[in-house]
Design a protein around this ligand. Structure first.
Ligand SMILES: *[C@@H]1O[C@H](CO)[C@@H](O)[C@H](O)[C@H]1NC(C)=O
Ligand SMILES: *[C@@H]1O[C@H](CO)[C@@H](O)[C@H](O)[C@H]1NC(C)=O
Length: 202
């Protein structure tokens, strides 16, 4: 009896708010957008990572494949930039300066990651200037983005090549794991770019 009263009091004091139509629209927009992101991400090699990294941007992406691809490129850019900063920091640490192979590997990795950053940045700039799908200019622009994102993926792959000659250790492990992670974001962004390019060329 007492608990019933408390329950009554609770609902009396906290009436369930009526969902306004604006709230409803906002929540359907987001749930539609997250469905759209989930479905689109299934075309990538790392769908869970794709969804996890993009669903937070559902409001901006809506159900627009161009915005989706552009956001994925932005995520990949920030990952590549962070990786370049990480490698640059490591190369300044005295410990690795003493080992010429480690030092050379870090230097090459930084240089490759820097190239990847430039290519991804170029892709993002191109996506911001994109013309309407279907035209010759659209094909040209998407071709650029595909070329640059593929080049970025190759540069990220090349980043860890020099570490084959470096003795195993925590630094090598950290760099290789992070590089592998960055590649996943770039690979996903490229897959979403390919999907959009394919649809827009019909
Ligand atoms: C959500 O998707 C449904 C079905 O595709 C559509 O009818 C509705 O208009 C969409 N709502 C919003 C707010 O985009
Ligand atoms: C690189 O070093 C700077 C200065 O010590 C630090 O603020 C930054 O967080 C480091 N970045 C990475 C990615 O480790």
């Amino acid at each position: 009896m007492k608990s019933l009263f408390i329950a009554f009091l609770f609902f009396y004091l906290h009436p369930i708010p009526a969902l306004s139509s604006a709230d409803y629209d906002a929540s359907t927009t987001v749930s539609n957008a997250t469905d759209f992101i989930r479905t689109s991400c299934s075309a990538t090699l790392y769908p869970d990572l794709c969804y996890a990294s993009l669903s937070g941007h559902a409001n901006a992406i809506r159900q627009d494949p161009a915005r989706l691809a552009r956001t994925a490129i932005g995520v990949s850019l920030s990952r590549a930039r962070h990786m370049a900063a990480f490698v640059s920091n490591l190369s300044r640490e005295a410990d690795y300066g003493a080992d010429p192979r480690a030092s050379a590997a870090l230097h090459d990795c930084f240089s490759n990651m820097g190239d990847a950053v430039d290519e991804i940045q170029g892709s993002l700039n191109q996506m911001r200037k994109l013309v309407a799908p279907g035209s010759e200019s659209f094909r040209f622009q998407m071709g650029n983005v595909q070329t640059w994102m593929s080049a970025a993926l190759t540069d990220e792959e090349t980043c860890t090549d020099g570490f084959e000659d470096v003795d195993d250790g925590p630094m090598k492990t950290a760099v290789c794991e992070r590089a592998a992670n960055v590649k996943k974001f770039t690979s996903n962004a490229l897959a979403l770019v390919d999907c959009y390019a394919e649809k827009g060329m019909n």
